[in-house]
Every structure is written in C-alpha cells, then in structure tokens.
Design a protein around this ligand. Sequence first.
Ligand code: ADP
Length: 525
Amino acid sequence: MSDPPRPPGMLESDFQQVLAAFRAIAGQNAVLVGDGAAKPYLDPFAPGDAHAHEASAIVMVSDVEQLRAVLSVANRYGVPLWSVSTGRNLAYGGAAPRLRGSVVLDLQRMNRVIEINETLGYALVEPGVSYYDLYQALQSRGIGLWLDPAAAGWGSVVGNTLERGFGTTPYGDHAAMQCGMEVMLANGETIRTGMGAMNGNQDWQVFKAGFGPSYDTMFMQSNFGIVTKLGIWLMPKPEGYMLCRYTFRHDADLDSIVETLRPLKLDGTIQSNAVIESAVRWAAGASARKQWYDGPGAMPDAAIETMARKLGIGRWNLRFCLYGPEALVKARRDVIHQRFVSIKDAELTESPYTPAGDKPEGGGDRSQVGIPNLDAFNLLNWRGGSGAHIDFSPICAPLGRDAVRQYRMIKEQAARYGFDYYGGFTAGPRSMHHIFAAIFDSDDPAQARAAGDLLKTLINDFGAAGYGQYRTHLALMDLAASQYDFNDHALMHMSETIKEALDPNGILSPGKQGIWPKRIKERDR
Ligand code: ADP
C-alpha cells in the first residue's frame, strides 16, 4: 500500500489538521483517506497511470452549510478541492481530480429533488440526484414528464449538464435545457442566476436570462463555483413514439447520410438527436471483436465488410426516434423515408408505434424514450479483458465533407496505434458531436498508454485542421484547451482573470478545462 499524495506544497502536519477540520464539519465517516477508501475515486479507465490523478482524500458534504465550512478551511490552508456530483464521468476521468493530491469534494449526499413542476415542465435538483433518482421521482408521483438520460443512467443530472453532456430525445442538449442555478462561490457566498437573483420571484426555472448579464454557462466546464442546485427542463410525455433505424451498406455513404440528415434536423422533421454509428460500434452490441478478427493491429476493411454483412448491419447505421400522435409520427416517417431512399441500398427498420410509457419492443434504445439505463457498458467488451474507453470528442459541422474528413483522419491515425474506428456522430440541428472511443483493456498498460497517445495525436491533428473538442479527459485538458488559440489565447486569458478574481486562493478544481490559478506552479501541474 502506497501513501496517498498530499496537496502540492502542503506539510503533513497541516494536512492532518485539514482532515481533522473536515471531520469536525461533515462527520467521521464523511472523510476518506488511504488506498482502500480512495480507490473508487481513481479513474478506472485511465489512459496511462491512474495515480497521476490520485486524490489525497475525499470529503462528502450533506448540505450547503457544511460546504461553506469546508470552503473556509480550504481557503485557510490552500487546499485544492475537486468537486464532483456523483463522480461517474467515465471516459473523461471519472471522479479523479486533474491535480494530483487534490481533495475530492463529493456532493452525492446532497441529493434532494427539490421541485418537480408538471405544469411548467421542469425539475430543480441537487448535485447528488442521478438520472435514476429523478426517473424514480417522476414515476412514483405519476408525473407526465420525460427526462433525457445521459448515456449511463447512474450519472448525476447536475454533473452531466455542467459537462454539457447530451442524449437522444428532443431534450438531448442538456446544457440548453438548463434553466437557473444556485452556485456557491469560493468565498462561501451563495448566488442564484437569472430570475433566482430576485427574492420572491417564481420564474427561476422558466426564464433563463434575468436582467443584465447571464452567467449560467460560466459555471459549466469551469472552476469558478460549485453548483448546489440546478433547474432542468423536462419534456411533456408524448402520446407515443416510433424508433427508426436505417442501415447503409457502403462505407462511402457517410457524405450522403449527413447531407440528407441536415435539413431534416434543421427544420425539426426529426425531433430527436440522431445518431450515426459505424459498423464496429454497432457490432459491439451484438458480438465480440475476435469473432471477426483476431490478428494484430486495427480490423482490416475486408473483415469489417464481412462482419457487417453477416450481422445484417450497415457500414453506417442511423437511429432516431419520432414522437407524438400516431398520424403525425407516420407522416414524419414518410417524409424522412422519401429522402433517405435515394441512398442506394438504404434500409429502414421501424418499431411499431408504441404508446409512451410502454418500453420499446425488442430491446430498442430506452434512452430515446426517456428511460435511464446502463446499456452502454455492454459495448465495452469489444476487445475483451477489462473493457475501458477514452473518448475523443470533436465538434463537426453537419456537412458531409467535414464528417468524411474527420472520419478518415481518425480512422487512419487510430489504425497506426492499433485501434479500430469505433465511432459515430450525434447530430443536433446545427452541429454534430463526433465521438470516437478508443477501446482498450485496462489491465493491459501498453494498450492503455497507446490509447492516451492516440488521443494526444488526434487533438493535435484536429487542432491543426481547425477542429476543437467539446470535452476531454483530465489528462488532456491542457492540450485540448490550448487549441483554442484565437488572438494569442485571449479567451483563456479572460478565464484566468475571472479565476483570480473569484477564487484568489485557487482552491476550486485547479486545472479544470486547462484553467489554472496563478498559485499552482507549473511543475506541480
Ligand atoms: P457524472 O457523475 O454525472 O458523470 P460528475 O459528478 O463526475 O458527473 O461531474 C462531472 C464533472 O463536472 C466533474 O468532474 C466536475 O468537474 C464537474 N462538476 C460536477 N458537479 C459539479 C458541481 N456541483 N459544481 C461544479 N462543477 C461540478
């Protein structure tokens, strides 16, 4: 058993005083130290050495008073705190901190569903509320609203929304559906954004802006404050739905798929986010890689072709869901089909029209109908061993030429590092999240390192081509942030100015998204 790290530059005696103070505030069982207790806070999918992002301790607070007291101690001693809601940010670092030796501030005990308003279609929740919890609350109270779950339903509504996660219903852009926040600043002061800034106002969760500058997005993917409450809009339960899936036979179809999809997304004919998936990603749900290829390096094209034909899947596969009264759903389906049928060999499979509330037939995607699940984890067995992944997540305009260019760039580079193109695009109305997962066996250190190296290369390649990431793993945050270089990184300079003003002791999540307080020296990062 190795000793856990300490916050950089802190004496052991001071650290022990900090831990004693945290115990006095939150209780004996609220402070975890040592290998056994801290292990769940290591990144299980680390692309390299998980101990590079090891916490020194964990403190769990149960309410805002405890949180304020913890911040006061952290300010006094200069303790870096890494806030997580449920800490399940897998593929991007899990619950682990960016700065080794930080104390993880775990907010999972603050887990109240404060309000659900069926008439106006929103919920107000604390950080520890998972998608499962909110779903349970909606079900048990018989409320006719749907949530849009993150890929893994055990994650928190607050954590995922702050990371700008996305799902596959019409409410799939989680950050866009956020309305109103309560935030504790580093000095312990509580603010409310938008209409929440006004005593006695009832419109906090229905109007985002308030009066004057609007700050909600400033607390997303940042280290400027700790969000203690968040409002999220929920979708009125539709009358029914139909899950649709297209298979496209040819690798070269990607251009036409994106070109056909864009106008349908832009004018709202397809209401949900639409997901375009490569053969490998689709096959991972139905088979193991070694059934199709067991040789060295990335799977050759001929093996992918054979696999796709035998499984009856496309080289590209498109899925989306249509919602509403049956006649409208069928009319949408007909319009959409008229367009896609012009792509040679395209085939549509649709589920029967199903009343909302009933589960999709034949194991269809439950996330698309607002039911949280953990199905995504089934896909990790693709390469065998202890399946792990790290995601490369560039933004792609919904243009065929950009999609094809990004696909080729990733596929070629991935093959050099021995990885298959396990990827796809989630298309919103005006942009697509291109998500490529480097799947590796976390028990194989060489594979884990190769995954990390591949991601570094891709971030650099894409930066040079003018493409940026929407989110990235802890180990790559500085690199991803450095690609945003307009006017000599002026945006980062502004973030650093805000950071110093709001958090002069640099205690909140140092290094998050590449934003460092001055106090943390380069060599400690
Ligand atoms: P999830 O469990 O939903 O995947 P996490 O709790 O791991 O999400 O949070 C993801 C990231 O979002 C964290 O690493 C942290 O940087 C940020 N974050 C989470 N909760 C908060 C919060 N309440 N306030 C500020 N930032 C947060």
